[in-house]
Design a protein around this ligand. Structure first.
Ligand SMILES: [Zn+2]
Length: 254
């Protein structure tokens, strides 16, 4: 396994990569856990990636085409490109379906495919777990074409591409969430009132709800993001305060 720098992962964490419908409902940030794109009941993390709605499918297609172009540009062994594209396309179409048969006769690719399908799976691949035989095969390919590129660097860049795909799918889902639930979210936040927020936010709650909902969409989005971020900051501060408190530690150690 390779561990590249975690920059993109941090970006994903910052954008709340686990705050799916189920999580947001649990945290009382949403009233229900429906997928904002297709409306499925319980939106879990995997669903965000494989949402079957046409909008989601249409959004993912060019991301895969882009990945293929990138693989070709990087002088990837053609059998690796074929294997990855077939596998990923089939997984996105039906993650619980059967794994497509391996066409390649290259032994390290067959070995990689068997490890990949039995132990890791495509979801983990997208998260950055690339099995070693694939890297070895790519290194051998670079050597055979007298390229000075390194298989390991190739794998690290491939992981970054995968993270980018995950991140873009996540952002796409978020914009759908804001569009589909804008009014509902604002109504919910407005009705919660100031609660534990600093009084500096009080003026935002003095705007009558009906008035707020007829303002420009850009203003509504700003209002929601501001309040939502403020609430999350309070939640985070509370968590840190509780965990950092010596009495909590005493309680923890029994
Ligand atoms: Zn969906």
């Amino acid at each position: 396994m390779l561990l590249p720098d975690a920059e993109v992962h941090f970006q994903m964490a910052e954008s709340g990569d686990t705050a799916t419908g189920l999580v947001m409902k649990r945290r009382k940030q949403r009233l229900h856990a429906h997928c904002p794109i297709c409306g499925e009941d319980d939106e879990h993390l995997l669903h965000v990636l494989i949402c079957p709605d046409k909008t989601a499918v249409d959004f993912r297609k060019p991301l895969l085409t882009e990945l293929e172009t990138w693989l070709i540009d990087e002088d990837t062994h053609p059998d690796i490109t074929e294997y990855l594209m077939t596998g990923l396309t089939s997984w996105f179409e039906d993650p619980f379906g059967t794994e497509p048969a391996i066409q390649s006769t290259v032994s390290s690719i067959r070995q990689a495919a068997s490890l990949q399908s039995q132990e890791i799976g495509w979801y983990a691949f997208l998260c950055g777990f690339i099995v070693e035989p694939l890297v070895t095969c790519q290194q051998a390919h670079y050597s055979s074409i007298q390229s000075r590129r390194r298989g390991e660097r190739w794998a690290i860049r491939l992981i970054h591409r995968c993270w980018k795909i995950l991140h873009l799918i996540w952002m796409h889902r978020n914009s759908a969430l804001h569009e589909s639930e804008g009014h509902q979210n604002i109504t919910f936040e407005h009705s919660r009132g100031l609660d534990t927020l600093h009084r500096v936010y009080a003026p935002y709650f003095r705007i009558p709800l009906a008035d707020l909902l007829t303002r420009q969409i850009s203003y509504q989005k700003q209002w929601f993001l501001l309040i939502r971020t403020a609430r999350e900051t309070v939640d985070l501060t509370l968590t840190v305060a509780v965990i950092g408190n010596p009495s909590f530690r005493k309680f923890e150690s029994g």
